[in-house]
Design a protein around this ligand. Structure first.
Ligand code: ATP
Length: 220
């Protein structure tokens, strides 16, 4: 059996502590690091290890054996300098996967340039999801896959009811693909052209953002 992945999370703000708790809940070993002793105290009963350290101090990270972790999450938002410096040190020490929370597009750009493997924008992404849902209550979720592509969960509305996928013709009309149909707890992950839609169904659709927007407007 493959060894359990080892995670370290730096910065126990709302985002970092939520990542650390969720990973712990899934049974992973998690090292939580924060410069603030009280923050480390608060998480210590939940994660495997909690340590007070300044992540901009290379020696401190080295002493914690940070290079032996498979994934390190940097969840420092306010202090952009500390976030960048920490990422640089982790990269230098040879951490295989570094995920960093960014506060702004510019912050994110710098992080990518210096070698962050994934840059996360929690506020921006959650804002986008909420906006899509507000603009059209049929849109239950919106997840960005890349700058050009997204996935949306769309509740089947009036004009879609009783139609099958062939009749809706979403692929030809909007260039988007229906990947799945969710019906209650059931997930039909290879829907067929003749599958008919009923009240309560949710379509999981992938496509270019501009095409998805056209689809959202058409079925508002
Ligand atoms: P939230 O996720 O709550 O929105 P945030 O983006 O506002 O958080 P901060 O409050 O800036 O993030 O930082 C999160 C945590 O990171 C804080 O608990 C802070 O003590 C810790 N932190 C900041 N700088 C460092 C550092 N150099 N080394 C270790 N921990 C740090």
């Amino acid at each position: 059996m493959a060894a359990k992945k080892q995670y370290a999370v730096i910065g126990m703000g709302r985002f970092g502590s939520s990542v650390a708790k969720a990973l712990s809940g899934m049974g992973f070993d998690v090292l939580a690091i924060d410069a603030d002793e009280q923050r480390t105290q608060e998480i210590s009963s939940i994660v495997t290890h909690a340590v007070s350290a300044d992540s901009t101090d290379e020696e401190a990270l080295r002493a914690l054996g940070i290079r032996n972790f498979d994934v390190v999450v940097v969840a420092i938002g306010e202090d952009i300098q500390a976030s960048i410096l920490t990422t640089l040190i982790l990269k230098d020490l040879g951490v295989p996967a570094i995920l960093v929370k960014a506060k702004s597009e510019l912050h994110g750009k710098v992080l990518s340039k210096i070698g962050a493997d994934k840059v996360i924008y929690p506020e921006r992404d959650m804002g986008m999801r909420v906006a899509h849902h507000l603009a059209s209550p049929n849109i239950l979720d919106y997840i960005e896959l890349s700058p050009d592509y997204s996935i949306l969960d769309m509740k089947v509305s009036g004009p879609m009811l009783g139609k099958n996928l062939q009749e809706l013709n979403i692929r030809a009309k909007y260039g988007c693909n229906v990947m799945a149909i969710r019906r209650g707890e059931e997930m039909n992950i290879s829907p067929r052209a003749e599958d008919r839609l009923v009240e309560g169904d949710v379509l999981v659709i992938v496509g270019r953002k501009d095409n998805l927007t056209k689809l959202e407007i058409a079925y508002q």
